[in-house]
Design a protein around this ligand. Structure first.
Ligand SMILES: Nc1ncnc2c1ncn2[C@@H]1O[C@H](COP(=O)(O)OP(=O)(O)OP(=O)(O)O)[C@@H](O)[C@H]1O
Length: 294
């Protein structure tokens, strides 16, 4: 699919336009646990319980890009802190990778309006990724961004970094890996950081569908950062957008196909695979075949 076709379908830097003026903060906060109780709040709590994302004494750095997902993530953590047993601490961090002045201002205004005490710091990610990664800056940018966020979280004494990836990010990653990288690997709800000791990454929006996040933000009247990237926007289209469109099309003919893709990662049959990789080492089913009883 060409960039033009994707744009026509609204898959390139889709703008999220509010449905109404900004609602008062108390109304926005209440909507999270009332209007969106089933599709957002309950799923946030479910992911935290099911994947054991929070442990007593955790200090969690919530990473805010200013987009719809991470703004919601920050509000969810604040609500949990308000009503939960407060067995954890929170920090809110945002890295300015070289945003345009207006975008930085929007990020500050939104966090201010939403009562999120965010610590914004500068990092030269856009320029460096653009310089060293040529036509494909996204991968490099994402890696550098992750490293920078881990470092900031650690500096603040945090042991966890929370990111705003959601259900659709998870299934798109699974499909990207099968269709483009010839492997079966999903996006995990939590993982241990490779280069940062005692640091874990958690994804509390893991079970929340993107459509509800969009709806929540549009109803709140907040204008999130939509397309803050200053580098890739002018370069090639992102394969992720094509996968998004593919899944949308599949949904027309296959009932609950999104849920099936999601669940596949939890139902892998070890008797039905040719090989697997564990801790960087490859294994074949033949390694075990002769030892198994007939
Ligand atoms: N500049 C940044 N500062 C802090 N956190 C960031 C930044 N960029 C990304 N993140 C974190 O990484 C997550 C995934 O980033 P990605 O760019 O894929 O976000 P997204 O899908 O556009 O989500 P969002 O709507 O939150 O921007 C974000 O939800 C956020 O938690």
């Amino acid at each position: 699919m060409s960039e033009k076709d994707l744009e026509k379908q609204g898959f390139v830097c889709e703008e999220i336009i509010p449905f109404n003026d900004k609602k008062p903060l108390e109304i926005i906060e209440r909507s999270i646990i009332k209007t969106y109780r089933k599709h957002i709040w309950a799923k946030f709590i479910k992911a935290i319980k099911e994947y054991e994302l929070i442990k007593d004494g955790d200090k969690i750095a919530v990473a805010i890009s200013g987009g719809k997902d991470s703004l919601l993530l920050a509000k969810l953590f604040q609500e949990l802190y308000k009503y939960g047993n407060r067995n954890f601490e929170l920090e809110f961090i945002a890295m300015d990778p070289g945003y345009h002045k207006e975008i930085r201002k929007l990020l500050e205004e939104n966090c201010d309006y939403l009562g999120i005490p965010v610590k914004i710091y500068d990092a030269d990610v856009f320029q460096v990724a653009n310089k060293i990664a040529g036509d494909y800056p996204c991968y490099m940018c994402a890696r550098m961004r992750r490293g920078s966020l881990y470092a900031k979280a650690q500096e603040l004494g945090c042991n966890k970094l929370a990111l705003g990836h959601h259900f659709n990010d998870v299934i798109e990653t699974t499909m990207l890996n099968v269709l483009c990288a010839a492997n079966f690997k999903t996006m995990m709800p939590k993982l241990k950081a490779e280069n940062f000791e005692n640091m874990e990454l958690i994804r509390p929006l893991y079970l929340i569908e993107e459509d509800y996040i969009k709806r929540f933000i549009q109803n709140s009247g907040i204008m999130p950062l939509n397309c803050a990237c200053m580098v890739a926007a002018k370069k090639i289209g992102n394969k992720r957008y094509e996968i998004k469109a593919l899944i949308e099309n599949l949904k027309k003919n296959f009932k609950n196909v999104d849920i099936s893709i999601f669940r596949a990662a939890g139902n892998v049959s070890m008797d039905g695979i040719l090989g697997f990789e564990k801790d960087g080492e490859k294994h074949s089913f033949l390694d075990f075949y002769d030892d198994e009883e007939i």
